[in-house]
Design a protein around this ligand. Structure first.
Ligand code: G5P
Length: 224
């Protein structure tokens, strides 16, 4: 039986983590867990965690580490026999250390995208709240303006994509990502990709994943 493969993708808001994660999940059959999606789901469902995190997400501030860890770990536990890809978690050194204490990552992808590109993308981004499907009015517009392709329901813009929240998110990212990036670099599992277009970065990530996943040694006891 093939060894489990565990990966994470990091990058500032709007860097294409979600878009690339979906491509990876589709091409390589990994389970895909997005911290932002779980947070928005909890907020929409008005759960206790949702109420707790709403203000942070709306303001583009990081949710406290203990709340994030409590949100993500049970979901990872449910995937104990499966390969997975994390999008947006870990975001801080404390989160990375909590994850490290339970799981050994095989690969971390870090996206470096220029600020101007990020700003343009996010101000053009629309979401279908029910499914989390993401559209960009230039890059991947919906077939009908303002409507989800599958359900025809209205698209919305996140409060955290509006300019004030966006600036705060970009500033925060830089500060907190550095020690996380340094940690994964020191473990020899960090792979960075730079560019302004996801379609140009994707072939490199695709090729890296093909090599790494096929290079995974065979293992007949699956451990966490
Ligand atoms: P999220 O949901 O993790 P962010 O802020 O990290 O959110 P976001 O905004 O979801 O990241 P992304 O996933 O990196 O962006 O990028 P994306 O959605 O794929 O692409 C962005 C847009 O650009 C889309 O419209 C896409 O279609 C378009 N696009 C992609 N590629 C191209 C291209 O090549 N060209 C063009 N023109 N367009 C393109 O986190 C949300 C909040 O939750 C909290 C925080 O408050 C955070 O702000 N949070 C956490 N807090 C603490 N710890 C954690 N671990 C947390 N995780 C989430």
């Amino acid at each position: 039986m093939a060894k489990l493969f565990r990966a994470a993708i990091m990058g500032p808001p709007g860097s294409g983590k979600g878009t690339i994660s979906e491509r990876i999940a589709q091409s390589f059959g990994l389970q895909y867990l997005s911290s932002g999606h779980f947070l928005r789901e909890s907020i929409s469902a008005n759960t206790e965690a949702g109420v707790q995190v709403k203000t942070y997400v709306e303001k583009g501030m990081l949710v406290p580490d203990h709340v994030m860890t409590r949100l993500m770990m049970p979901r990872l536990e449910k995937l104990s026999g499966q390969s997975w890809l994390l999008d947006g978690f870990p975001r801080t050194l404390v989160q990375a250390q909590s994850l490290n204490s339970l799981y050994q990552l095989d690969l971390v992808i870090s996206l470096n995208i220029p600020y101007e590109t990020l700003k343009d993308r996010l101000s053009d981004r629309w979401i279908h709240p029910g499914s989390g499907r993401v559209y960009n009015m230039g890059f991947n517009p919906p077939r009908v303006q303002g409507k989800d392709d599958i359900t025809g329901e209205p698209l919305i813009q996140h409060d955290d994509d509006k300019p004030e929240a966006l600036m705060a998110r970009l500033r925060h990212y830089k500060d907190v990502a550095k020690p996380v990036i340094d940690l994964y670099k020191s473990q020899g599992i960090l792979h960075s990709f730079s560019g302004t277009e996801t379609d140009r970065i994707w072939p490199y990530i695709n090729s890296l994943l093909s090599t790494k996943m096929h290079a995974q040694p065979l293992d007949n006891h699956q451990s966490q």
